[in-house]
Design a protein around this ligand. Sequence first.
Ligand SMILES: [Fe+2]
Length: 423
Amino acid sequence: MRTRSGSSSNLVGNENRLFAEVKPTADETQFQLDNTSDRYYNSPYYLLHKDELQQVPAPRTSPPRMELADVLGSDLTDAVTAAKKIIFHSVGDTGAAKVNHFQTAQQAIAHEASVADAMAHDVRQGGADGPAFFFHLGDVVYNFGEGQYYYDQFYEPFRDYDRPIFAIPGNHDGAVFGDTPDRPQVPTLTAFLRNFCADTAGPSPDAGGLVRSTMTQPGVYFTLDAPLVSIVGLYTNVIDGGPGVISSEGGHYPIPDDQLTFLTGELERLKPQREAGERAVLVACHHPPASADSKHGGTTGLANDIDQACRSAGLWPDAVLSGHAHLYQRFTREVDGREIPYIVSGSGGFAATRPQGGAPPVPWTKGEYTLVNDPIVDFGYLTVTVDATGDPQTLTIAFQSPTSGDSVTVNLATGKLAPTSGG
Ligand SMILES: [Fe+2]
């Protein structure tokens, strides 16, 4: 593994990418910029447009696809390939902003830091055998995704996370603010594109001098091809209380169907590799297709779009990861002889919120989806492991929080849950 010279053991990625600070620094105790959510939610622009979709920026390349080795460097990815095992982190809704008037900035900062610091610790402990990257499930920055908040809510909290961070945008990342009823001066996702979809890796003007290089995703929706796993990440647009949307849904929404075409094409491409036992295939989308929360509930149109792509390609994903609802929920979806975990982990630091409307008694089944255990209402994150050392190969998704945890393992040979997982 390449590291920086001198006493630092920090990683240097491909094209001299930097991830973590060399010297640990104390957590900040105040936001550099207070996050004025009231002003946003009461702005004329938001009140007029909150139920409207925003345009989806066109990817730089088509199809938008990138290799982990091009970011992490081939030394580490070759080691992962040789070890036949890859581990990565995932969670959404990390952005720390004051949730309400009763919460202090210090509390908001501490919530996000509790998750970010635990993840950074995993990386330090694991070294080359530990988590190789973090795939963020959206809502990186609250309450509206403009560049001035990236330092407080992204670069500073993750300044010790010595691995690449990829992200799909959440609704808050795509939401933009305007003081007037007119279209905001800064188009949707401008800051997200600058920080996660840069043409080349380099310093970010939003990082406040911290070293993490900008990420070079080919688009806000894209596939990350890593050893043993591919993650197809979707952008589900900006509606907060409403549905996640990736297509026009048959002309119902004023956005094109490019993402649906992309998803179908990627599943078709990955199918032979999945069937040959070369890799697991995951889908990630900020809004959850299945959720027991009445405000951040499951989205039927989104679920139908994903299903349409899967059926057309003839490949189901091995798991679907989402955020948006600020807790952990695990569903098992039974379809075509498969048992697929649909996991919600919007528990990354913004808030820990009980399901609005209450959690149903478990197991709770709605159609093909069964909520298998009580939601965990706490801050925490996912550790995903694809293990090809044994027979059968397995995919394990574990949730860790200070108070409790959960884990599910998929037998990648049968597409069913391993018996110890329950559900
Ligand atoms: Fe969200």
